[in-house]
Design a protein around this ligand. Structure first.
Ligand SMILES: NC(=O)c1ccc[n+]([C@@H]2O[C@H](COP(=O)([O-])OP(=O)(O)OC[C@H]3O[C@@H](n4cnc5c(N)ncnc54)[C@H](OP(=O)(O)O)[C@@H]3O)[C@@H](O)[C@H]2O)c1
Length: 368
């Protein structure tokens, strides 16, 4: 036990390409094992990490190692979906920041959780909104909950006029007003598609229908999300926008550590907090995500794949910002959904969505 009230050993670290960051972290945390996706069997890597065991097989093999109790998943895309499923089945506590795994494989993740629950499996949210909802739900009965209220900063263009959006650049879109995040999630915040992904994520995490998830714009990103109860009360979780707190609480749960990882919130300094309804004309991608998320077929997976492709086209300067929601709507309108999908159906639909956007962009069918 340290003065923060908990101890935690980093037994393994995984990276995609950023070997420099891995070096830094290995120097600090001295993990027993490292996984390096893009340097398979490289002799120089074997020499450099001679103090570590290098896991060459797969993230799945890493995720189920016996010396790991808590798996923290903050990768992009779907690379961690199968590792999350395997880790849950073997009874691990999985702290999840990654949205795509739940958006595409939500049912499979919940099935894996059910299989591993007797062995101690737990699925804990790290995404700040879901961590907030989770904390508001502690000690509450399921049937006392009326709705979840996810807050949205409004992203980079919240103060723009609708007519100005057609000309915005990727550089401008990547300037999130309150959070420092990777490129994909920052663009998704600017279109508000991210909030649709979060609603679907909340559906799977908290087992609640999407119709009971409300989105409220809140530009300060201080209230991270809320739960409204049947008796009219609302509970909220507040804090400075800093991911260290949701990460810490997922690790220390069910205890709160006696440690403030970020500056304590000074409400008097903030003065006022603002809330408003989302203007759907400004953010048409949100409506596409919510409609897809309400369907019980593969629509959400297809639209999630379409968004990956559409965001990449915008970042490479091939389409204007305002074409992202058009491509998403075109995908949803044309996707032949598979009902009661298996995990493979959902993964295929995700790929279908990416390909459909590539074809629609090539033949410009979405603009007609
Ligand atoms: N960033 C945030 O504040 C935040 C908050 C809430 C939720 N999220 C969610 O968390 C996820 C990540 O978002 P991000 O913005 O943090 O993305 P990011 O900055 O691009 O980071 C992605 C991470 O995934 C790792 N990765 C990629 N491919 C990998 C592979 N094959 N094996 C192992 N690691 C791999 C990358 O490692 P390398 O750099 O070494 O390639 C990098 O560390 C998304 O689902 C996002 O919606 C993020």
């Amino acid at each position: 036990m340290n003065k923060a009230g908990f101890t935690c050993e980093i037994t393994a670290l995984a990276t995609g390409q950023n070997i420099e960051r891995l070096r830094e972290q290995v120097r600090i945390f001295r993990p027993k094992t490292v996984f390096i996706d893009s340097y398979n069997n490289s002799p120089s890597i074997i020499r450099e990490f001679e103090d570590q065991q290098i896991e060459w097989n797969s993230l799945e093999t890493l995720a189920i190692r016996e010396d790991i109790d808590v798996l923290i998943v903050a990768s992009t895309g779907l690379v961690s979906l199968k590792p999350v499923i395997e880790a849950l089945k073997t009874g691990k506590k999985v702290a999840l920041a990654n949205k795509e795994s739940l958006v595409v494989g939500g049912q499979a993740v919940r099935d894996a959780l059910a299989i591993g629950q007797d062995l101690g499996a737990e699925l804990l949210p790290i995404d700040s909104e879901h961590s907030a909802v989770w904390q508001c739900l502690w000690g509450e009965e399921d049937d006392a909950v009326k709705e979840l209220i996810l807050t949205a900063s409004g992203g980079a263009f919240r103060d723009y006029k609708l007519a100005e959006l057609a000309d915005v650049t990727p550089q401008a879109a990547l300037k999130h007003p309150t959070w420092m995040m990777g490129q994909k999630v920052t663009i998704d915040s600017a279109t508000l598609f991210n909030k649709g992904l979060e609603a679907v994520e909340a559906r799977w995490l908290f087992n609640i229908p999407i119709e009971k998830i409300k989105i409220l714009q809140h530009k300060e990103s201080i209230v991270h999300s809320m739960v409204a109860f049947q008796d009219g009360s609302i509970k909220a979780q507040l804090g400075e926008p800093d991911m260290r707190l949701p990460i810490q609480i997922a690790i220390t749960h069910p205890k709160r550590a006696a440690n403030e990882p970020s500056a304590p919130l000074d409400l008097a300094k903030h003065g006022s907090l603002n809330f408003s309804e989302v203007n759907h004309e400004m953010y048409p991608a949100l409506q596409v995500a919510l409609e897809a998320g309400q369907r019980e077929d593969t629509a959400m997976a297809a639209v999630a794949g379409a968004d990956e492709a559409a965001v990449a086209l915008f970042l490479s300067g091939e389409i204007p910002f305002t074409d992202i929601p058009k491509l998403l709507r075109h995908t949803l309108n044309n996707h032949p959904g598979t009902p009661q999908p298996t995990l493979d159906d959902s993964l295929n639909a995700e790929e279908w969505g990416r390909n459909f956007v590539a074809i629609s962009h090539a033949n410009q069918s979405y603009t007609r």
